[in-house]
Design a binder for this molecule. Structure first.
Ligand SMILES: C[S@@+](CC[C@H](N)C(=O)[O-])C[C@H]1O[C@@H](n2cnc3c(N)ncnc32)[C@H](O)[C@@H]1O
Length: 267
């Protein structure tokens, strides 16, 4: 695939980007942005880049600390950027690939990347690209989900799905957790020429109106939904309802614990 084809293949409809901002940002993504900004030690007047910014929650959180004139967000996806621009017009939003950003060398004091490194085909190359645009002594800080063995709700969910749908279910559902080994993550920073200054693990949660909503969201965001029969899908839902009962409130709402790794490094 050429880079243009890759970019086109990655585009999503505007409705999906609006739904991401309306539902998933408040229920999941917003909680991590202050943690990532803290890890980077953001201060007033610093120039900040949000890599794979999506609809821009990290850029908006950073703008509260450094001022909007100092913040840039880059994402591959045009629809995500359209929503980012609608929500906050005073931030500089740009389309670009994390592997080759349309940005000058050494131009940001802090380069942040939340919940995206696992989607990049070459993670060390992406970190090297983040290091390239960071100023001398600038910081690169990354936040990713911890591995499935450290996820008290998602671990059992993927186990149930694999029990009913076979090993393909595990490999399709575990993409999100692919950067979950903290030693690997700090090793990649080193390979990208970054000196690790902080590395740790934090806990939060993923909120859903019901357990079925989690299963539907996770299964249908992968090709697994098209590969299993209605009966297998029902068995997965039933099994996950049982497995996640400890995290389910009386009204059926789910608050699934979620664990992340945060690593910061300097050039
Ligand atoms: C799960 S979202 C996270 C978005 C945002 N950082 C947040 O915390 O809400 C992942 C984002 O990565 C973007 N993305 C994936 N691959 C990319 C790449 N190679 N270059 C730039 N953005 C990419 C997607 O378009 C999507 O907006």
């Amino acid at each position: 695939m050429t880079s243009t084809e890759r970019t086109e293949a990655f585009q999503i409809p505007i409705e999906a980007a609006e739904a991401y901002e309306a539902a998933f940002v408040p229920a999941f993504f917003a909680q991590w942005a202050p943690i990532l900004c803290d890890a980077a030690g953001l201060g007033a007047g610093q120039k900040v880049l949000d890599v794979a910014c999506g609809t821009g929650i990290v850029a908006r959180t950073a703008a509260e600390r450094v001022g909007p004139a100092h913040v840039t967000g880059v994402d591959l996806n045009q629809a995500m950027l359209t929503v980012a621009r609608r929500v906050r017009a005073d931030i500089d939003w740009r389309q670009g690939n994390a592997a080759a950003m349309p940005l000058a060398d050494r131009s940001f004091d802090a380069v942040l990347c939340q919940m995206a490194l696992m989607f990049f085909p070459d993670r060390v190359a992406a970190l090297r690209e983040m290091a390239r645009v960071a100023a001398p002594n600038g910081t690169v800080a990354v936040l990713v989900p911890a591995g499935l063995d450290a996820q008290p709700a998602y671990g059992p969910f993927v186990d149930v799905a694999a029990r009913h749908a076979g090993p393909q279910a595990r490999s399709l559902l575990d993409t999100y957790f692919a950067c979950g080994d903290l030693d690997d993550l700090t090793g990649w920073f080193g390979q990208a020429g970054l000196h690790v200054t902080a590395a740790g693990t934090r806990s939060g949660s993923a909120r859903f109106p019901s357990v079925d909503a989690l299963v539907t969201t996770e299964v249908e965001s992968t090709p697994l939904g098209e590969r299993i029969t209605a009966e297998v899908y029902d068995r997965i839902k039933h099994g996950v309802r049982e497995a996640l009962a400890p995290f389910t409130a009386a009204d059926g709402a789910l608050e699934a614990p979620f664990t992340v790794h945060v690593v910061a490094g300097r050039r």
